[in-house]
Write a protein that binds this ligand. Structure first.
Ligand SMILES: NC(=O)C1=CN([C@@H]2O[C@H](COP(=O)(O)OP(=O)(O)OC[C@H]3O[C@@H](n4cnc5c(N)ncnc54)[C@H](O)[C@@H]3O)[C@@H](O)[C@H]2O)C=CC1
Ligand SMILES: O=C(O)CCC(=O)C(=O)O
Length: 455
């Protein structure tokens, strides 16, 4: 046993463990280090109680992804101009299954964010109960305002670079911000052309070529299933509760649709330009209109205001609206401390995350301090990757399962994940779901890593 490890055993404090595990490789305020430090706070007592985890260096190994693949993407825009973007795939852990996680196309994409998201994905995927490791990738490409032909050329160039690193038993990408079924189609087609194979190398595919029923809906629907499970645990239900939802993409619209179906009231949708407020609630039909129209370059959420009896608030976020539930479903760090204060002052009691990491660290502390019921994304938004896991199973068996069966599977997976989180969440009456998710995911991954020995 090395000297440093011996010291750790004597003084296993959170900050020492984090510093030792990260070995000075991350800037103190980096997104990864902050997240890893919070994670260590949740699992440190488990590690201290299990010498096999310390001996196998589990935390040190989790602090560094298995591999980071960076590459240049070159493509031609509609004017024939050469465009260059930067792409990256972080393969964090394949301890419990092949690397699995989404691809994000957005100007804010950079390696640091992907390192953090890939780490979170490892824990999240473990909660699904399906054999999937964790990864995340993407590019700093902004699809906004790009034509369909430009998006196709970009997707083809992206996968031309990444295809060597992925495969149906190796790493299976899916969608995320800026990457939906259309983009997966372009990338899957290019992979198929280059490798001359037809396999389940990506999920979120079109139904005609190996996609699964309900993958499109699964993340948003799953968020509402998780919300229902949290409320049921308290003897409550959604019934007539109102929600401020951010985003107008895949997760936001399907969470909105399912909430409306479950008797809730959808007060807002949003984008990076502002938010749409519908005081009487958005109907399912109107939500469907957004789902059908949003891929068109001409689509503007703001243009719907009159038609839905709402108002458009340019430059603002939905967190100033009086609501029972806040449901951030757009992007990271979209709720800060001031937004939490405004939500609490306006009567909000619940925050449930459709997006990954939508709360700043200060906002998370404020949510806890205010005693809100809090469903963190790493537990509440597992529906998408869970359905991806079921898509993989269908592809491997060369079968297509019925929507009704998949709907039941999705609900069961979410309810079981909720139970698993509860088991590790401390106080039964005021469960800390984030702690529960971190601990439950960690134990599963750490046990697998321990079984492999040191590698
Ligand atoms: N698609 C999936 O299956 C899953 C997605 N997530 C997470 O959910 C979130 C949303 O993802 P998708 O709906 O798939 O992406 P999307 O690309 O379909 O939608 C993103 C939405 O967020 C809005 N948006 C982007 N930046 C914004 C900003 N700065 N302020 C306000 N709105 C902004 C966009 O206008 C768009 O309406 C992301 O955090 C993603 O990581 C999590 C689990 C699975
Ligand atoms: O479906 C997948 O593989 C990944 C979904 C995803 O990116 C996520 O859960 O954040």
């Amino acid at each position: 046993m090395d000297e440093r490890r011996g010291d750790l055993e004597k003084t296993p404090k959170q900050e020492d463990v984090v510093a030792s595990a990260c070995g000075g490789r991350y800037a103190p305020d980096s997104m990864f280090l902050r997240g890893f430090s919070d994670f260590v706070a949740c699992v440190l007592d488990i590690v201290n109680a299990r010498s096999e985890y310390v001996e196998a260096g589990i935390l040190d190994r989790l602090a560094e992804p298995d591999r980071v693949i960076s590459f240049r993407i070159v493509w031609l825009d509609d004017d024939g101009e050469v465009q260059v973007n930067r792409g990256c795939r972080v393969q964090h852990s394949n301890a419990i299954g092949p690397y699995k996680g989404g691809l994000r196309f957005a100007p804010s994409v950079e390696e640091g964010i992907l390192r953090r998201l890939a780490f979170e994905q490892t824990l999240k995927n473990a909660l699904t109960g399906l054999p999937m490791g964790g990864a995340k990738g993407g590019a700093d490409f902004d699809p906004q305002g790009r034509s369909k032909a430009e998006i196709m050329r970009f997707c083809q160039a992206f996968i031309t670079e990444l295809h060597k690193e992925i495969g149906p038993s190796r790493d299976i990408p899916a969608g995320d911000i800026g990457v939906g079924e259309r983009e997966i189609g372009f990338m899957f087609g290019q992979y198929k052309r280059i490798t001359e194979t037809f396999s389940g190398v990506m999920t979120g595919k079109g139904l005609e070529f190996g996609g699964s029923c309900l993958r499109r809906e699964a993340t948003g629907y799953g968020v509402i299933h998780f919300l229902e499970a949290m409320l049921k645990h308290r003897g409550e239900a959604i019934d007539g509760r109102s929600a401020a939802i951010s985003g107008a993409g895949n997760v936001a619209t399907h969470a909105a649709k399912r909430l409306a179906q479950t008797g809730g009231k959808v007060l807002t949708l949003s984008n990076s330009r502002g938010f749409l407020h519908i005081p009487d609630g958005l109907s399912e039909d109107r939500i469907d209109e957004v789902v059908d129209a949003r891929d068109a370059p001409s689509f503007r959420l703001e243009a719907m205001a009159d038609r839905v009896g709402g108002t458009w608030h340019p430059g603002d976020t939905p967190w100033q609206v009086a609501c029972d539930i806040a449901m951030p479903c757009a992007t990271q760090n979209e709720i800060d401390e001031a937004a939490v204060k405004s939500l609490v002052d306006n009567g909000c009691e619940i925050v449930v995350e459709g997006a990954n990491l939508p709360l700043t660290p200060g906002a998370r502390d404020a949510v806890r301090a205010a005693g809100l019921l809090y469903g963190p994304g790493k537990a509440a938004n597992i529906g998408g990757v869970a359905m991806s896991g079921l898509e993989l199973s269908q592809n491997a068996a060369r079968l297509h399962w019925a929507k009704e069966d998949l709907a039941q599977d999705l609900r069961r997976i979410i309810e079981e994940a909720h139970e698993l989180c509860l088991e590790h969440a401390g106080d039964e009456k005021q469960p800390d779901y984030e702690r529960g998710a971190n601990r439950a995911g960690f134990i599963k991954v750490a046990d697998a890593m321990t079984a492999f020995g040191v590698l």
